[in-house]
Design a protein around this ligand. Structure first.
Ligand SMILES: [Cu+2]
Length: 151
């Protein structure tokens, strides 16, 4: 029996892809998150997440999505004042310019957090994975605060 039998093309393709399917790329250390918290609402109502992201690098950081085991659905939202009526709309991305900070509260952005699991209660800490346009991921720990919290 020969040990030098050629591998199938499919096997070689799987080998080549294996590193890409491993752990996601971590966001660069020039990208940092602070004051990440969630305004919790009772009765499984959608919660909102806020944080400040600082990009001290030379290229913009473009947030394109967030995932967490604590919420089935998470989207990026912007609050808008439509003639005195506050409403909100989904956005496809949130850009943090190089050498600047973006506060979600000041910039009227929030993470819309839908379908929480039972683990989401005031006082809990919820890890969330922030996904950027360059494929990198930043893990951020969010503190769950009560509904009447002003931040
Ligand atoms: Cu919203």
């Amino acid at each position: 029996m020969s040990m030098s039998a050629p591998r199938s093309p499919l096997f070689m393709l799987l080998l080549a892809c294996a590193p890409a399917m491993a752990a996601p790329i971590s966001a660069p250390p020039t990208l940092q998150a602070e004051d990440a918290w969630i305004r919790w609402l009772p009765a499984g109502l959608p919660a909102a997440g806020y944080l400040t992201l600082t990009d001290s690098g030379d290229s913009p950081a473009v947030l394109v999505g967030v995932t967490s085991s604590a919420f089935a659905r998470i989207s990026l939202h912007r609050s808008v004042d439509a003639g005195g009526m506050m409403s909100m709309e989904p956005v496809s991305k949130i850009t943090i310019r190089p050498h600047s900070s973006l506060s979600f509260t000041l910039a009227h952005y929030h993470l819309m957090l839908m379908d929480p699991t039972s683990a989401v209660k005031p006082g809990a800490h919820v890890p969330m994975m922030l996904e950027f346009a360059d494929g990198s991921v930043l893990k951020v720990d969010f503190e769950v605060r009560p509904a009447d919290s002003g931040g």
